[in-house]
Design a protein around this ligand. Structure first.
Ligand SMILES: Cc1ncc(COP(=O)(O)O)c(C=O)c1O
Length: 464
């Protein structure tokens, strides 16, 4: 019996092949421009985030079209929290889209990237006075979370001799225990206060926070906000006409049948160490593509047969949408260099591949899982007859620093110097939890544009 066969017996499972979808631009880069990727990794360090603004721009155009097809008037504000790269903000500005920001640094980046203040939405709970002041000066629309925040913001506007544009963030019926937004009584009082403070407050509408990715639930929540607008108009706030539907559009990392199969087959033995003992909470990797979700959301019946977009048109309501993750669909990937391979196939049934870098540069920590799709192995080695089972570890001294706990069935043995490409990592995976642990530098981002012919990609470091 070969050592590989013994290993397979020891582990008792075959790795599940969980292949990520690839945009044609990504495929071209991985198939035809490997030398460029290798040079970039050599020169800029591992891991390297490759960010692809052309795909981000395509996503903005596609989402706009989907909302327009559904008959809805929607301004798109890119939620900057999903990725810190400046190139996306500049692309949003160039296409006339806006930005959703939740800190002073994000607001400054939006302005520096060319987004005009009137296309910037400021969200986040109980924002500080510095952020308020900047938002007031630049005519941003501020989603206010409480009466006390409304009072502070109005005072800032009064001092600046300006009127600040305000949305009232309201708690939705389906998530009454949320820590964000105002419950019914407080919201009613806030509407009254907006009317009282009209000299300094331009009350425009309502926003909400909703956990989860269900377009139907989001449509129901948006409908509640339309009703709040109509009630506010009855109370005298005649110009109220804006509903912010937030982000939360799902996106598709893998084909839905593969996702279903993954869920059916998933079991603790597929993972290294103790990861599985903590249970799983997965992002829905096989969800609908964002444009389809946008059409479902806007077409969802909210009043009898009337769709959300039809009701908005009838009542003169416009929408803001703040997609983060979904605008970044396919718009970046992350490359690690393999540093060492510890072959434990004889004893444990799988190898441990250690990469240069840490798992904090590629995470899905919020969902108590790794980033699940298989990385693509770039190697000079010919494909083997049997998969090479391995998990992927970061090169820190932490037992838990695993980039992929799940055992991957690599198509050939992994060797030091090979590259692992994690696809579709731009939305929250790249820099959400990045860390300078061990005094290492943060990974760099290379902005790559393929151009029309695809023959000679151009790259630069990210930055305004
Ligand atoms: C107010 C607000 N807007 C936008 C987003 C972005 O959501 P997503 O990246 O899922 O589109 C979030 C996510 O937390 C949010 O809280």
């Amino acid at each position: 019996m070969s050592s590989q066969e013994q290993g397979a017996l020891v582990s008792g499972v075959r790795p599940f092949a969980f292949t990520a979808l690839q945009h044609p631009i990504v495929t071209t880069l991985l198939d035809q421009h490997r030398d460029l990727l290798a040079d970039l990794l050599d020169g800029l360090g591992s891991p390297l985030h490759v960010v692809l603004p052309e795909i981000f721009e395509e996503n903005i155009t596609g989402l706009r079209q989907a909302f327009a097809d559904a008959g809805a008037e929607v301004d798109i504000l890119f939620a900057e929290k999903a990725n810190k790269a400046a190139c996306y903000v500049s692309s949003a500005a160039a296409l006339g889209a806006g930005a959703d920001v939740a800190s002073t640094a994000e607001l400054v980046k939006a302005l520096a990237g060319g987004v005009p203040g009137h296309r910037i939405g400021v969200s986040g709970p109980e924002k500080d006075d510095t952020l308020h002041a900047l938002a007031v000066q630049h005519n941003c629309v501020v989603a206010v979370d409480s009466i006390s925040e409304l009072r502070r913001l109005a005072a800032t506007a009064r001092l600046a001799h300006r009127r600040v544009r305000v949305l009232l963030r309201s708690r939705v019926d389906s998530q009454p225990g949320s820590r964000f937004g105002m419950a019914d009584t407080e919201r009613d009082a806030a509407v009254g206060l907006c009317l009282e403070l009209a000299e300094h407050v331009r009350f425009q509408g309502f926003s909400f926070h909703l956990n989860g990715y269900s377009p139907e639930e989001r449509a129901t929540a948006a409908n509640e906000m339309i009703e709040h607008c109509l009630e506010a108009r009855r109370r005298g706030a005649r110009s109220v006409d804006l509903v912010d539907i937030g982000g939360g559009l799902p996106m598709r990392y893998v084909d839905p049948p593969l996702w279903e199969e993954f869920l059916r087959q998933n079991e603790p033995a597929h993972y290294h160490g103790t990861k599985a003992s903590r249970g799983f909470s997965f992002y829905p990797y096989g969800g609908p593509p964002p444009a389809q979700a946008a059409r479902t959301l806007m077409g969802h019946p909210v009043d009898g047969d009337e769709s959300l977009s039809a009701k908005a048109a009838r009542t003169g309501i416009r929408f803001l949408a703040e997609p983060g993750r979904s605008l970044l669909d396919q718009a970046g990937f992350t490359v690690y260099r393999v540093q060492q391979v510890e072959d434990r196939r004889d004893t444990d049934g799988y190898a441990i591949v250690t990469v240069a870098g840490t798992s904090l540069s590629l995470c899905e920590q919020w969902f108590n899982t790794d980033y699940l799709p298989d990385p693509v192995l770039i190697s000079a080695e010919p494909a083997g007859d049997e998969p090479f089972p391995a998990c992927v570890a970061g090169s820190t001294c932490l037992e838990n620093d695993m980039v992929t706990w799940r055992k991957i069935g690599f198509p050939r043995p992994v060797r030091p110097g090979d590259q692992l490409v994690y696809l579709n990592t731009a939305g929250y995976h790249m820099d959400f939890l990045e860390s300078r642990f061990h005094d290492t530098a943060l990974p760099l981002k290379a902005v790559v544009r393929l151009g029309d012919d695809g023959a000679s990609p151009r790259w630069r470091l990210d930055g305004i």
